[in-house]
Design a protein around this ligand. Structure first.
Ligand SMILES: *Cc1c(COP(=O)(O)O)cnc(C)c1O
Length: 236
């Protein structure tokens, strides 16, 4: 087994231990392998290790990889910031978008989703306190946005996503994940049917699972550290 296969097994072990420690079924936590900046060869290696769901952050880079890997049965998740002029290839070629942060983007994705494909699964990205990036809607904006998104015919609203600022101790890591979980409970109380909390990355998988994550997005712990910059991955 190569390094990527071994890393995958180690990450699966972390997920299993964290779920069991939280009294949860490990099968309720999906592992998304974040392959941004890595090539089709590394994705194939992860595929050979039994991985099926992959996450990408840069549209141009992802489109090339998806073409190279056509027919391999991969489920593709878009997790990066999405500009309105880049929604079409995402609507056409991905299975999920985790980073919906405006009604305008959601409407374009719904309009551009091909009729022959299943509705696009989406999560709303929320800017919980301590957010590392400026992306995401505020907590106050989530409910009205969710109610507008569920009405769009070619989207299926699945849940919420966040990217907290890095924190070193477990309590600090858990706080923003707890806020996202509470926010999801409020949306459910308002009648929305949601099954996904997309939270947790290489350094905070355990904290996210303790707070109810159903989808951890793990890049460097599987593929190694990224040396390519975002600009290079975008093609300059
Ligand atoms: C890059 C990225 C990840 C993976 O981060 P690692 O720390 O490498 O695990 C997860 N989520 C998003 C949105 C990302 O952009």
């Amino acid at each position: 087994m190569g390094a990527i296969g071994e890393n995958l097994q180690a990450v699966r072990g972390r997920i299993e231990r964290a779920a069991l420690a939280a009294g949860r079924d490990p099968a309720d936590v999906t592992l998304l392998a974040v392959s941004k900046t890595f090539g089709a060869a590394q994705v194939r290696e992860a595929l050979a290790g039994g991985q099926r769901a992959f996450g990408e952050s840069y549209v141009q880079e992802a489109i090339g990889k998806i073409a190279l890997l056509a027919g391999s049965g991969i489920e593709w998740h878009f997790i990066g910031p999405l500009q309105s002029n880049k929604t079409r290839p995402v609507a056409e070629q991905f299975d999920w978008v985790h980073s919906v942060a405006s009604l305008k983007i959601a409407q374009r994705l719904s309009q551009q989703r091909p009729a022959e494909r299943a509705p696009l699964s989406v999560c709303l990205q929320v800017n919980v306190s301590g957010e590392a990036t400026k992306s995401g809607v505020s907590e106050a904006e989530v409910l009205p946005l969710a109610q507008a998104v569920v009405a769009l015919p070619r989207l299926r609203l699945r849940g919420l996503m966040c990217i907290p600022a890095p924190a070193s101790d477990a309590a600090a890591q858990r706080a923003p994940f707890a806020r996202l979980r509470e926010l999801q409970q409020r949306l459910r109380a308002a009648g929305l049917v949601l099954d996904t909390l997309s939270m947790g990355m290489s350094d905070d998988v355990e904290a996210a699972i303790a707070e109810g994550s159903t989808c951890v997005r793990v890049g460097s712990a599987i593929f190694g550290s990224r040396t390519t910059s975002a600009a290079e991955a975008q093609g300059g």
